[in-house]
Design a protein. Structure first.
Lengths: 296, 318
């Protein structure tokens, strides 16, 4: 799909914004060659194509933009939804609504890297295998990494566990310590409701060698309004290093978990009602119909 | 290094060994090189200072060579390749690569050779979906996890590195693990794949590769003789290229083909003995990039004459 063909999807303002964002990203990446195949042109096309989802379908709002500075981060958040669209929306938010724009490099599960077509596509749009050496290489090159330390456990929750954080793994914090990279906590509200869970097809998942296979009633995501909250950066304590004990690491990881939990509580309190997104347009349409019939 | 030296090059029928011999003799015409190979050596070009012999590594007269010549340096470039259909004769490969190497090292130790340079391969790391970026020399050798038929490659490398540390006080040993060596005189699978009129280009994967031109590899084989201490070293440039781009640079027409189906196709071709080694299909799916950090410490950052694009363009001359 050419850039021209995608233009009808998006407003002229967003179109101009994407053009500006990618002009600045091209300057930033002009001397960088990515060993995973990160493809800026493809990212631009993908962003233009997905823009209506971001703006009109999920109506993404981003809070705490002022907390992001111009240096690499480990962006750490809660993982939600049965299909991890949250990663895509956060990446779009950091490209479109944060200054200076950046494409977050999302850490993905091993199984994704080996899938035909999908593995290549995710690599081209910036994802990398969740591996310490890979992350360190990217941080050295000024990139910010998106991490969901809950892993697959985060997206395969049962309905009563929505917005309940699973225990964070500690690997990301050791990377942050190794590279002295600050943590940027984020929380995503609204993505849990995109695919209401019916059941976990554990046997099929194990047959297909998938880490999880949650089955949802709907094939396309419900239009749940999405809020992304960006917290204040958490700097790395100077007295710790990548070889520090598990106990010391755990305390700090626990602090990050708690910070995100508080953000979730605040986010849930301020969220937009889910059914408003369906009710409002339907009501508008009915009112319009009613008025047109009333008028002579 | 100006005194007269006697050098043994094992695998002289190969293009890389011949280039290395030529480089050494250009720099040191007073040195003597004995080149041996178990393959036909009739195509080895005559060179002043080079004597070539067709010989099996396991035979008694091979042992005699070490007794009659006081070799100071031994180049072991005679690893049997997996690129042809030799994968059907694993026993032969094990005999030549593993048993042969063991014997060579034993003879080197016995005859007090001062320097041993061994050509292994980056294939020992294996092309796996969870490979880290730029594998260092201490990365696990996982090639035979998915492909047990590669165990001779891994085993040979391990025999060499174990022997290297065991004898580090008496022999300076260098094990080189180069990335894909390409060139007009090299007849390996990758050069054939790239330089053919058409090539299957994976539609579902686009792995990254490192390439080194045969001349640069020969130059490094010469350089490690003087400048590099005992150890295992990856050999690759700092640059890398995706397979699709590499085919474009060479000018080979890539036919998009889903590699997920290639396994089945390959099994069918096996009946006619025209299949490709299965492990190579993994390299068309997953990247296996290696770090050159260790080698750069000793021979400097700009040790290659040809960039990756130039190396690829040069194989068009085949």
């Amino acid at each position: 799909m050419s850039l021209e063909e995608t233009k009808w999807f998006i407003s002229p303002e967003d179109d101009q914004k994407i053009t500006d964002v990618f002009s600045s990203l091209r300057l930033r990446y002009q001397n960088y060659k990515d060993p995973w195949g990160f493809n800026l042109e493809l990212c631009e096309k993908a962003l233009r194509t997905l823009m209506p989802l971001y703006r009109s379908y999920f109506k993404v709002r981003v809070f705490g933009k002022e907390n992001v500075q111009d240096h690499p981060y480990l962006v750490v958040g809660n993982h939600t939804g049965q299909i991890p669209l949250d990663g895509m929306l956060v990446t779009m938010a950091f490209a479109l609504d944060i200054a200076p724009p950046r494409i977050l490099r999302a850490m993905v599960e091993r199984f994704l890297a080996q899938l035909p077509f999908l593995g290549d596509l995710t690599a081209q749009t910036g994802s990398i295998l969740g591996d310490r050496a890979n992350c360190e290489y990217l941080i050295d090159h000024g990139e910010s990494i998106l991490v969901f330390p809950e892993g697959v456990r985060g997206i395969s929750k049962n309905t009563p566990d929505y917005y309940k954080l699973r225990n964070f793994s500690q690997g990301f914090y050791r990377i942050a310590l190794q590279k002295k990279t600050p943590i940027l906590p984020i929380c995503i509200i609204g993505a849990e409701e995109m695919f209401p869970l019916v059941f976990h097809a554990k046997k099929i998942a194990s047959m297909l060698k998938l880490p999880s296979l949650p089955i949802s009633a709907n094939l396309i995501p419900l239009p749940s309004p999405i809020d992304i909250y960006i917290g204040k950066e958490i700097s790395i304590p100077q007295h710790l290093n990548a070889e520090s004990s598990d106990k010391e690491i755990k305390e700090n990881v626990f602090h990050i978990e708690n910070t995100i939990k508080k953000m979730i509580v605040q986010g849930l309190a301020n969220r937009r009602p889910f059914f408003d997104e369906i009710r409002r347009p339907v009501s508008k349409f009915l009112i319009k119909e009613f008025r047109s019939k009333q008028s002579p | 290094m100006s005194e007269k030296k006697k050098i043994l090059i094992i695998g002289i029928a190969g293009g890389l060994a011949q280039m290395t011999a030529r480089l050494i003799l250009n720099e040191h015409p007073e040195w003597e090189i004995l080149g041996i190979d178990s393959r036909d050596i009739s195509k080895v070009p005559p060179l002043k200072g080079l004597t070539s012999l067709e010989l099996k590594y396991s035979r008694g007269n091979f042992e005699n060579l070490f007794r009659t010549h006081q070799f100071e340096v031994v180049y072991h470039l005679g690893r049997i390749s997996h690129s042809s259909n030799t994968h059907n004769i694993l026993a032969k490969r094990i005999e030549l690569s593993v048993m042969g190497t063991n014997r060579i090292l034993e003879l080197c130790e016995r005859s007090q050779v001062k320097k041993v340079i061994i050509l292994s391969t980056f294939h020992v790391y294996g092309a796996l979906p969870d490979n880290s970026i730029f594998l260092k020399e201490d990365a696990p050798l996982r090639a035979s996890i998915r492909h047990p038929e590669l165990r001779d490659v891994v085993e040979m490398d391990q025999i060499c590195t174990n022997w290297m540390w065991k004898n580090q006080n008496t022999v300076s040993t260098i094990v080189l693990r180069p990335c894909n060596i390409i060139g007009t005189q090299i007849h390996n699978a990758m050069t054939r794949f790239l330089a053919g009129p058409i090539a299957l280009s994976p539609a579902d994967y686009n792995p990254f590769f490192q390439f080194i031109h045969e001349f640069d590899m020969a130059h490094i084989l010469y350089k490690v003789l003087k400048d590099v201490p005992t150890g295992t070293y990856n050999v690759a440039g700092s640059d890398f290229i995706s397979l699709r781009d590499a085919l474009k640079v060479v000018g080979t027409k890539g036919i998009p083909f889903p590699i997920v189906l290639a396994g089945g196709l390959n099994s069918a071709l096996k009946r006619f003995n025209i299949d490709v080694p299965e492990y190579l299909l993994d390299y068309l799916k997953f990247s296996c990039l290696i770090s050159n950090h260790e080698l750069k410490k000793h021979i400097g950052p700009n040790f290659l004459r040809f960039s990756i694009n130039e190396a690829l363009e040069l194989i068009k001359l085949r």
